[in-house]
Structures are given as C-alpha cells and as structure tokens.
Ligand binder design. Structure first.
Ligand SMILES: [Zn+2]
Length: 219
C-alpha cells in the first residue's frame, strides 16, 4: 500500500513537471513504468547502492561493444562476457547494425577511440534477432494503424527519405555483424591499429561465436 501511495505521488509529480501537452499525453495516457522506476531510484540513492558501481569514464578493458537492444541481452551479455561496470563502452542499437558511416553509432565509436582510450571494437549480434528479415511494409502499416497519416509518408518520401531502405532489416545476424564490422573497419577516420571483431551470442546460453578476428581481412 505504501508503495502504491509513493507511486501515485511520484506520478503526480511527473505530471506537474510536464508542461508540454504532447509530453503530457504520453505521461498520463499510458501505463508508464516510470513511477516504479523513480521510486526504486530514490531508495537506491538513499541506500548508497551506487557505491558498488563507482568507476571512471574510461573503459578498463579499452573495448567498445556494439550490440543489440534485445531484452534478453540486458543482463546476460555483460555476465556472459565477464564485464563489470567501467569495463567497456557499450553502444546499443537494433540488430547491432551500423547503418551509416556518419551516423551516431559510428560517431560514438570514434569518440570512444579518440577521447576515451578504447583501442578494440567488438560487434556482438545474436541469434533470433528481430532485425532479421524486418519488413518495411509491415512497420509502415503498423505506423499507419497507430495514426500516422499517409500524407506523412508522402512528405518524407518527397523530402528524399527512403523509408523502405531505412526500415529494412538484415538477411541474418551473421550478415548483419559482418556488414557492421566492415563498415567500421573501412571507416576513413578509424586508425589502422584498432582491431574490429565480429561475434554472435546465443541469447539463451550466452555462448559466443567469433566470426572474424579483427586482424583478418573481410569475410
Ligand atoms: Zn537483436
């Protein structure tokens, strides 16, 4: 009961903090996980549970990991790879796909290398990835059903946005990882002495399979 009351208080505080109508719609109109998270956070800080996680911004293992946002990997991947807080720079994106050489993922990699002393990169895809065979038609149809106007699709297309290509997934996790490894390895701003590895994880057992050692050429 006390927990429920605290949630209600937190929820009310969020609502009061929100002035923008658009944001208010999401805050009030949905079943949000946020009140429970904020309540937990208050206790976490109060009990100084953070002390076990104190570390520096520099990655102890000088490693960058690019992996998928899959929920099964949230705890499994660090545990299966023996990683602790502070060990690596972790970049998460659907399918572990680096889709653009000058997008935010590649920028993050370069910042990690030049600013944060990382000198090794591992792309970790996984079996059973939702980005395998992702159909742009299906995604766009669901967007339409959720209220996105066909005019919006038209406007984006006229503006030069290729939604079909943008929302296309990968042929297989292996193909996705190898394409990302190639994108990073071939990047004109990546130093030659930075190793780029490709791996696939089993999302149930955490078992890793090495696809292409960083020192080798492309597949
Ligand atoms: Zn995935």
């Amino acid at each position: 009961m006390r927990f429920a009351q605290r949630n209600a208080q937190v929820s009310a505080r969020i609502t009061m903090d929100v002035c923008d109508d658009r944001t208010r719609r999401y805050t009030v109109g949905t079943m949000s996980a946020l009140p429970e998270i904020l309540a937990h956070n208050t206790e976490f800080v109060k009990n100084k549970e953070y002390e076990a996680f104190l570390t520096s911004p520099l990655p102890n293992k000088r490693l960058v990991i690019i992996t998928c946002m899959d929920t099964r990997l949230v705890e499994l991947l660090p545990k299966a790879m023996g990683l602790r807080n502070g060990d690596v720079k972790m970049i998460k994106t659907a399918g572990a796909i680096v889709s653009h050489p000058f997008g935010s993922v590649m920028r993050s990699v370069l910042v990690a290398v030049y600013q944060l002393e990382a000198d090794e990169i591992a792309v970790v895809g996984h079996h059973g990835c939702g980005m395998t065979g992702l159909s742009p038609g299906t995604v766009l149809e669901k967007a339409r059903q959720r209220g996105i106007s066909p005019d919006t699709f038209q406007t984006l297309m006229h503006a030069g946005v290729d939604l079909q290509q943008w929302l296309t997934g990968m042929e297989s996790p292996r193909a996705g990882v190898l394409a990302s490894v190639k994108m990073i390895r071939d990047h004109p701003l990546l130093p030659q002495d930075v190793a780029v590895h490709g791996l696939i994880m089993d999302p149930e057992t955490g078992r890793l399979e090495m696809l292409s050692p960083g020192e080798e050429g492309d597949e």
